[in-house]
Design a protein around this ligand. Structure first.
Ligand code: C2G
Length: 129
């Protein structure tokens, strides 16, 4: 069977996140998602609105997702690919090329992002309410 792995923050879960996870489920039999911890995000200078536990629980509840693991560092990807026997690593194409170093361990694919939605935009539009 085929295993696919992706990572993300999935803050304020929206249709762009769902579409990505749906596509992963059509590409493999097992979908593993690394959800970034609040500390990891702080390290990226990113503040998350929804705490890790809730973001992880929401992603786990998506039928297309088989396993959720915490993303705690930039350096865990190779270890995770080996540990879970990952065949394909996939990310939205806003990351195009950034994870090509994984090509010696698994297939690497960058997928089209869903248009007209992002957590950043959602936060902005919330301000006008
Ligand atoms: N995404 C998408 N379409 C959107 C918004 C997001 O396809 N309109 C995808 C992103 O490309 C990413 C995934 O959904 O593959 C999760 O998006 P984010 O939560 O924004 O992930 P990010 O903050 O980029 O974290 O180590 C990698 C990082 O953890 C990725």
């Amino acid at each position: 069977s085929k295993t696919i792995l992706t990572y993300g923050t999935f803050d304020m879960f929206h249709i762009g996140h769902l579409r990505l996870l749906e596509r992963l489920s059509h590409m493999a039999d097992r979908v593993i998602v690394g959800v970034s911890t609040d500390e990891f995000n702080l390290g990226k200078g990113k503040k998350t609105l929804i705490p890790y536990e809730q973001r992880a629980e929401i992603v786990s509840a998506i039928s297309h997702v088989d396993l959720v693991i915490p993303e705690v560092s930039w350096d865990q990807k190779v270890e995770d690919v080996k540990k879970y026997g990952v065949d394909v690593f996939a990310m939205g194409n806003d990351w195009e090329g950034k994870f090509d170093f994984l090509k010696e361990h698994c297939e690497v694919v960058y997928l089209e992002r869903t248009r007209n939605i992002s957590t950043t935009e959602l936060k902005k539009s919330l301000k006008s309410f």
